[in-house]
Each structure stands twice: as C-alpha cells, then as structure tokens.
Design a protein around this ligand. Structure first.
Ligand SMILES: [Mg+2]
Length: 235
C-alpha cells in the first residue's frame, strides 16, 4: 500500500495556461457586450470598469473568494452606469458572464496533463483545489478528479487552511497521506505545507524559490509528476 492516498491539484497555471484562457474568455465577453450593449464598451476601454471592480472589492471584501460574482457584478454595475434599466442590466450581465464562462472552459492543457492524470488516477484518489472558477465536470476532468473544492464553495481562498482541510475531510485522510500539486509558491505550496500536506511545485518557467517556502518536490513538467510522487513515498 502506498503511503500517499490522495493527490490534490491546483488548476490554473498547473494544468493549463490561465492567462491565455482568461484573455480569450474576456475577448468573448466583450464581443458579446459590443453586440448587445455597445454603450458600455467605453467604460472598459477607459478603465472605469476596473475602478468599479476596485470599489466592489473594497466594499464587499468577501467577494474576493467569488470571482464569478465579482466579474458579473462589474458588468452589471457598468451597464447601470450607462443608464440601462436594472432588469435589462441583470439579464445582459448574466448572459455576458455565461459567454465568459463558456470560453473559460476552452482550455489548452499543458503537455502530459491528461495522460498523467489518467495514469495517476489508477492509484490515487484525486481532486481539485482552485481559487478560480473553472469547473472540473464541465471540463470532463471529473473522470480523474473525483472531488473539487473552489474558493467560491469554501468561502476562503488558498493559502487558507480551510481549502486544504476541505479536501482532507472529504477523503478522510491525514495530511501526511496527501500531496498538493500547484504552481503558486504561497497559495499552493506554503498553504498546503501549512496544514502538513506534502507538496509538489510545478515550476515550468524555472522560477527561483522565494522566502522560506520549501516544496517537498519540484517538477519542470507534468511528465515528472510520477517520479516526484514516488520520491515523496520513498521518504
Ligand atoms: Mg495556479
């Protein structure tokens, strides 16, 4: 029996490049708005939508953990600013966000992502821990990742212990029986290490370690994951 029973994965920038995905999704949303509410486009171009976002984050700090509500509310308030009636603004913002979300799931996986998940899923119970709003079922990743906790659902974002505790409680394993895999030194590595989990840092761009964060293992590509897990099991 392997000592490690559970592996949790960060999603954005660990299994795919999030900047590319979000860029495409934002373009899709703006193209929807250009068609259905062209008068709002100026607000985005002049940075006024960003100011609305900053104000929402100040007024409703809890919204940080719910990027979906944040994004839709920014559009809604921007539409109101243009003088659109509230009922119509609700409907247009909702459809605009749906356009974003559909494109958000059009991801291009990093090399070896799917083959590695498939291979590991034969041995380990695996799940997703994400601060973002990608949905593993929509992506078809629920074949490999049998559970998923988002910051939206938990009400706290990594590196908060609540995210990692949610996975440990769900799978009923001890922290030392679990590995978290992610690209972010603080959110993923320090967060998971803080609750006693093993960690694998996905460092595809060759970044240097910062501060006193020390991952249990480091990989430069997802094809190295199996070897890193074996190394942790052999500790
Ligand atoms: Mg990430």
């Amino acid at each position: 029996m392997p000592r490690i029973r559970v592996i949790t994965f960060d999603l954005d920038n660990t299994l795919w490049d999030v900047h590319q995905v979000i860029g495409n999704a934002e373009r899709a949303m703006r193209s929807y708005l250009r068609q259905h509410a062209p008068e709002v486009m100026g607000l985005f171009e002049r940075g006024e939508a960003a100011a609305i976002r900053d104000r929402l984050l100040r007024e409703r700090p809890e919204i940080t953990h719910n990027l979906s509500v944040l994004r839709e509310t920014v559009v809604f308030e921007a539409l109101l600013t243009t003088g659109m009636a509230e009922r119509r603004a609700v409907a247009v913002a909702s459809r605009a966000f749906q356009t974003f979300l559909d494109a958000r799931h059009d991801v291009i996986y990093f090399d070896h992502a799917l083959t590695t998940l498939e291979m590991l899923s034969g041995t380990y119970t695996m799940g997703a821990l994400s601060n973002g709003n990608a949905d593993t079922a929509t992506l078809g990743l629920d074949r490999y990742l049998t559970f998923s906790f988002s910051a939206e659902a938990v009400g706290a974002s990594k590196p908060a212990p609540a995210m990692f505790h949610a996975a440990l409680a769900h799978t009923a394993v001890q922290p030392h029986e679990a590995i978290h895999v992610g690209d972010h030194l603080v959110d993923d590595i320090a967060g998971a290490a803080g609750v006693g989990m093993h960690t694998i840092w996905v460092n595809m761009r060759g970044h240097e370690l910062e501060g006193d964060v020390k991952p249990s293992a480091e990989v430069a590509g997802l094809d190295e994951l199996m070897e890193a897990i074996r190394a942790i099991e052999g500790l």
